[in-house]
Design a protein around this ligand. Structure first.
Ligand code: NAD
Ligand code: UD1
Length: 341
């Protein structure tokens, strides 16, 4: 009984593998390393205290996928593999559609071919678009995504819904993540952006370590208490644990369910800066700039469904998110690259 983790070398995938193994599951990792490194897999193995099979494979490679399903006994798939840069998706939309949607369809087809129809999928709060008002709940209408990346998440959700409508043997959990931040307590695995970070917390921590001079705060004229954008930041280990609950549920039943994974609490950009300064003891200079196109003012989750159905709740607070981000950043100022592993 193994769980195939696509994109298992990445930020959320690596943390999820550690927790899967600690929960007693066997893991097989597939990654094409387009946005990750072998060092992350080695460290994940060390933290998990167990070895696992690793395949350098692309989800668009049908034969490569078949080879994995032939060699391994896969009971369920947690599907993280995908490209995730909003800005890049606007400049190379076709690559995003091919990689994320094309790759996912190939993966689902190969799964069905091997009779494995249990899927936990990484979706995003971005599918709630701009028309809904927070707190976002799973029964709200989705759509109105503002970039091709977000649209790939919307389409893949729809594809899985159609697959389930046609074949009730599928068991699918669509997980809509809010804003994952933080790192493993050990400081050994964490988020390692390739380029200048797009997301707030990696940017803040790179300012704190001195790699970037200051933070640009995208707008202070939103209808929020301090005028800056409000988001639902969730510790990556809490998020990883949400996957354990979801995969254990899909293993037991068939059906298609959607869950928000967040904390249910919103924090502004300036609150995050202050929390990070308190956790690190380092000053984070910033300047206010124009709003970023496509941003919503306020995004946070209604988490009741995940609590009621999955029995899962995020437990780590803001201080822990910031402390763990800072430990990872301090111990690995240049990410995995400098590790020489
Ligand atoms: P990540 O880039 O760290 O991990 C994704 C992994 O997938 C990488 O290791 C990459 O090399 C691999 N990959 C990409 N394309 C592939 C392909 N064609 N074949 C095989 N491997 C491939 O990103 P992450 O932050 O860990 O995100 C994981 C998933 O969660 C993604 O699908 C992302 O869109 C989704 N998500 C992330 C966030 C976030 O803020 N991090 C929020 C919502 C949803
Ligand atoms: C962004 C993406 C979303 C994606 C998510 C996770 C956009 C419009 N949305 O969400 O599709 O699912 O990342 O990858 O890009 N901020 C700053 N300065 C910065 C960076 C961010 O002020 O340098 C602010 C933003 O305006 C926002 C908050 O910080 O108010 C969080 O931003 P970010 O971490 O990029 O996440 P989202 O905007 O929620």
């Amino acid at each position: 009984m193994s769980i195939l983790v696509t994109g298992g070398a990445g930020y959320i995938g690596s943390h999820t593998c550690v927790e899967l193994i600690h929960a007693g599951h066997d893991v097989v990792v597939l990654d094409n390393f387009s946005n990750s490194s072998l060092a992350a897999v080695d460290r994940t193995r060390a933290l998990a205290g167990e070895d696992f099979s690793l395949y350098r494979c692309d989800i668009r490679d049908r034969e490569g996928l078949r080879n994995i399903f032939q060699k391994e006994s896969i009971d369920a798939v947690i599907h993280f593999a995908g490209l995730k840069s909003v800005g890049q998706s606007c400049s190379m939309p076709l690559e995003y559609y091919e990689n994320n949607i094309g790759g996912s369809v190939t993966l689902f087809q190969v799964m069905a071919e091997f009779g494995c129809k249990k899927m936990v999928f990484s979706s995003s709060a971005t599918v709630y678009g701009q028309a809904n008002q927070a707190p976002f709940s799973e029964d709200m209408p989705v759509g109105g995504t503002t970039n091709p990346y977000g649209t790939t998440k919307l389409f893949i959700e729809k594809i899985l819904q159609d697959a389930y409508a046609a074949d009730k043997d599928w068991s699918v959990s669509l997980l809509r993540y809010f804003n994952p931040v933080g790192a493993h307590k050990s400081g050994r695995i964490g988020e390692d952006p390739n380029d200048i970070p797009n997301n707030l917390m990696p940017y803040v921590s790179q300012v704190a370590i001195g790699r970037l001079p200051y933070l640009n705060v995208y707008g202070d004229d939103y209808p929020t208490p301090d005028g800056t954008g409000v988001r639902d930041y969730i510790h990556v280990v809490d998020l990883a644990l949400g996957h354990i609950s979801a995969v254990e549920r899909v293993l037991k039943q068939t059906g298609l369910e959607i869950f928000n994974l967040g904390t249910g609490k919103g924090h502004s950009v300036l609150e995050m800066v202050r929390a990070f300064e308190a956790a690190s003891g380092v000053n984070v200079p910033y300047q206010i700039t124009a709003r970023r196109p496509g941003d919503v003012a306020v995004s946070f989750a209604d988490c009741e469904k995940a609590a009621a159905v999955l029995g899962w709740k995020a437990e780590r607070g803001l201080a822990e998110m910031c402390e763990d981000t800072w430990r990872w950043q301090k111990n690995n100022p240049d990410g995995y690259e400098a590790a020489g592993e």
